[in-house]
Each structure stands twice: as structure tokens, then as C-alpha cells.
Ligand binder design. Structure first.
Ligand SMILES: NC(=O)c1ccc[n+]([C@@H]2O[C@H](COP(=O)([O-])OP(=O)(O)OC[C@H]3O[C@@H](n4cnc5c(N)ncnc54)[C@H](OP(=O)(O)O)[C@@H]3O)[C@@H](O)[C@H]2O)c1
Length: 266
């Protein structure tokens, strides 16, 4: 029997077709978990919940009240919460000099304040039972990518919140870890992935010779969620060795696209 059989698992950020949250939800359901998927759109959540014989709850992860309501309704309906995974994110690519205050507020609300309030609520929900908390971070919280500062800064800050939880609440049986994908084929990167030159420029940075898939991340999440995992406060680099090297620079990507005739020379 799988180590996840019977576990109640919340996955937020699972309302995008075949995105990382959805792939992780399907994998956890295959492992025998009762999966509750959340996000901002009812229709895809309802469809996925039916497919995996789970449940769904709406949640706007940039709003504290909505996060609290999501966790309260999971506890009401399912009695406990064993594993919580945050797959929300906003892949804003913009030069730091052009990043508006409005964009920064939106990023901080989603990628730092949301996780903070989520962790706060989870500490209460898991106080007497323990549990495993998994934050989907990014390789770019460790290595640089041009024009990604608000995203990278908030991801790095939230990795440190995960360590705060691990440090102070381990004795309650609560474990908290994060996973850092590199470039992964999901709706977030679908437009960029249209460029063969871009994909090839990134691919060369991966010692394992390919960019990532959501299935790679789901496999790591299964391990972190299982009772046999003796890890907490860690950031798993699940990116084919990318962080041993570096992401291509913006100008290297542009040069490759020009050379391939995908865009005109500047
Ligand atoms: N794909 C990559 O290359 C890559 C690389 C490194 C890290 N990651 C991380 O991996 C995770 C999964 O991303 P993904 O690649 O699957 O991208 P994705 O398809 O864009 O998924 C992110 C999800 O977050 C949701 N979301 C955004 N704002 C929200 C809010 N306020 N409340 C609730 N949900 C909200 C989006 O739904 P809406 O339709 O509601 O906006 C979307 O479904 C993210 O944390 C991302 O930062 C991705």
C-alpha cells in the first residue's frame, strides 16, 4: 500500500489545465490520497475533483480570509489535514526598472503574504496531528534569471518562512520543505516554449539534458509528503542539476532567437 493512502491533501494553484498543481493532484490521488484541489476557478476544480474522486474548494491565495476559509472547509468536510502543497505563482518577467508598485503589491500578496498566512493557518490546523507542508519554490530563488526580480525575491523570502516553520514547529510533528523546479513545461511557460531556440538555450544548461516536467516535481512531492521522509526546512532542487550551472542570460536567449530567425535583430 502507498505511504499516502488515506492522507488528506490540500493542493492550491490547481485550477489551470494540466498545470503543476493538477499533475501533482493526479499523482497524489494515484497514491491513494484524498485530494482537495483549490484555486480561483470553479469549473476546472470541479472537473479535476470528479476525475480524481477528490474534493474542491475555491481560494484566492492572495487573500488571508480566503485562505482561512479554504482550510476551515477542508477540516469541516474531511476532519483533518495531513499534507498541504502551494502551487500558486505568477511568472512575471519584466525589467526591475519597469516593475510598477501595483505589480509588486500583487506579487507580494500572492508569493509572500499568501504563503505567510497559509503557514500561519496550517500551524493551527496541524497543531495536534502534525503534517507535511510543501511550498513550490523556484530554481530562480537560488540562481539568477534576468528580468524576474519580484518573483525571485518573494520566492526566496518564502523559502526562509518554510525554514522558520521547520525550526520552530518540528516538535509538533510538522515538517515544512520547498521544491525548486527549473524551467518546466506548464501553462506558465507555454508561450516561451513555442521558441525552439529558447528551449534549446535552456536545455544546454541542464546536466541531465532536458528541462523539467510537472511529473518530476510530483515525484519529489510524494517523497516529501510520506511519513518515511526525515527532512524538514530543506529546499529540494528538482531541476536536473540546473543549479550547478546557471540560467542563460536574457541577451543569450535573444541572440539564439535572432540566429534561428525567430525574431528580427534588435
Ligand atoms: N513552470 C515553470 O517553469 C516553473 C519554474 C519554477 C517554479 N514554478 C512554480 O511552480 C508552481 C506551479 O506553476 P505552474 O508552472 O503550474 O504555473 P501556472 O500554470 O501558471 O500555475 C499557477 C497557478 O497559480 C494560480 N494563481 C495565481 N494567482 C492566484 C491566486 N491569487 N489565488 C489562487 N490561485 C492563483 C493560477 O491560476 P489563475 O488562473 O487563477 O491565475 C495558476 O493556476 C508555481 O509556484 C510556480 O511559481 C514554475
Amino acid at each position: 500500500m502507498s505511504s499516502l493512502a488515506g492522507k488528506v491533501v490540500s493542493i492550491v494553484g490547481a485550477a489551470g489545465k494540466d498545470n503543476m498543481g493538477q499533475v501533482i493532484a493526479r499523482r497524489f490521488a494515484q497514491e491513494g490520497a484524498k485530494v482537495i484541489v483549490s484555486g480561483r476557478h470553479e469549473h476546472p476544480l470541479r472537473e479535476l475533483a470528479e476525475e480524481i474522486q477528490g474534493d474542491w474548494v475555491l481560494c484566492d491565495f492572495s487573500k488571508k480570509d480566503s485562505i482561512d476559509q479554504m482550510i476551515d472547509s477542508i477540516l469541516d468536510r474531511h476532519g483533518r489535514l495531513d499534507v498541504a502543497i502551494n502551487c500558486t505563482g505568477w511568472g512575471l518577467l519584466i525589467p526591475m526598472t519597469e516593475n510598477t508598485e501595483e505589480q509588486l503589491d500583487r506579487m507580494v500578496d500572492l508569493q509572500f503574504k499568501g504563503p505567510f498566512f497559509w503557514l500561519q493557518k496550517l500551524l493551527a490546523a496541524m497543531d495536534s496531528t502534525g503534517g507535511s507542508i510543501i511550498q513550490i519554490s523556484s530554481a530562480t530563488a537560488t540562481i539568477m534569471l534576468d528580468d524576474h526580480s519580484a518573483y525571485m525575491g518573494t520566492k526566496a523570502g518564502t523559502d526562509h518562512l518554510i525554514r522558520c516553520v521547520a525550526n520552530q514547529y518540528g516538535e509538533k510533528g510538522i515538517r515544512a520543505n520547498s521544491i525548486s523546479p527549473g524551467v518546466t513545461e506548464t501553462p506558465m511557460t507555454a508561450d516561451a516554449m513555442q521558441s525552439q531556440a529558447l528551449v534549446e538555450t535552456f536545455r544546454k544548461c541542464y546536466p541531465l539534458g532536458r528541462v523539467g516536467t510537472s511529473e518530476d516535481i510530483a515525484a519529489a512531492a510524494v517523497f516529501l509528503a510520506s511519513d518515511e521522509c526525515f527532512m524538514t526546512g530543506q529546499n529540494l532542487q528538482v531541476n536536473g542539476g540546473l543549479t550547478l550551472r546557471r540560467n542563460p542570460l536574457g541577451k543569450e536567449i535573444q541572440e539564439a532567437m535572432v540566429a534561428a530567425g525567430e525574431i528580427p535583430a534588435p
